[in-house]
Design a binder for this molecule. Structure first.
Ligand SMILES: Cc1cc2nc3c(=O)[nH]c(=O)nc-3n(C[C@H](O)[C@H](O)[C@H](O)COP(=O)(O)O)c2cc1C
Length: 207
């Protein structure tokens, strides 16, 4: 069982839909999930979790102010307590995925990439290995023009069931990758044990 966290910022509900689907899949797959919507008081220690999904709506190519304020607050906390050290040593078995929803009305996915990169930079400072960055199209609520005349055409109703099914598959893909990683480690450990056994047998036969 993986101790996981879905931490997200959403203003009009699109990112929340994605975040909820992630949490549902994690739970269905038997993992422990904390589901947290960021607000002014959020003080969640990411290091209490082994798999973190950090997500936001995109506002002016970046995460929301709420998400960025949380990150800035945690950066201060982590720097002052020595959690963030030079070279940002990679912490074993601490994995993360960054995700966002965006409308891309002007330049498409180029508007979303800076947002996930920003979140990724933070997670890497803390020592997480960021496995993937996911960008899901979301309707620009309260803006007919941006929801119908942008780079992606008509995006009303997105994220829709198709988008959410893709998220579900991707979460399962991440879980499979982590399982594989665990299996590979145990296979490698078994192989090492076998080598050590053979070495000591040969040693005994020589003496
Ligand atoms: C104030 C504001 C600024 C936005 N800026 C961008 C932007 O720069 N690029 C983009 O692709 N979408 C932008 N959007 C659209 C949202 O990112 C998109 O609709 C997203 O899915 C909303 O997520 P939410 O429903 O979780 O808040 C903006 C929306 C708002 C309200």
């Amino acid at each position: 069982m993986i101790k996981s966290l879905v931490l997200y910022s959403s203003i009009t509900g699109n990112t929340e839909k994605v975040a909820k689907r992630m949490a549902d899949v994690l739970r269905t797959e038997g993992h422990d999930v904390a589901f947290v919507k960021v607000d002014e008081k959020t003080n969640v220690d990411l290091l209490a979790y082994d798999l973190v999904f950090l997500g936001s709506a995109v506002h002016q190519w970046l995460p929301t102010k709420m998400l960025m304020n949380y990150v800035k607050h945690m950066l201060k906390r982590y720097f002052s307590s020595g959690v963030i050290a030079p070279s940002s040593p990679i912490r074993p078995c601490k994995y993360a995925v960054c995700f966002c929803t965006y409308s891309g009305p002007h330049t498409g996915i180029s508007e979303a990439i800076p947002a996930t990169k920003w979140m990724k930079a933070f997670l890497e400072h803390v020592g997480f290995t960021v496995l993937e960055e996911w960008h899901t199209i979301g309707e620009f609520r309260n803006s007919e023009e941006n929801s119908t005349k942008g780079r992606f055409g008509n995006i009303k109703g997105r994220p829709d069931e198709h988008d959410l099914a893709e998220i579900e598959d991707r979460v399962i893909g991440i879980l499979n990758a982590l399982k594989l990683c665990k299996n590979e480690t145990s296979t490698r450990d078994d192989a090492l044990k076998d080598i050590t056994k053979t070495d000591s047998l040969e040693e005994e036969q020589r003496s």
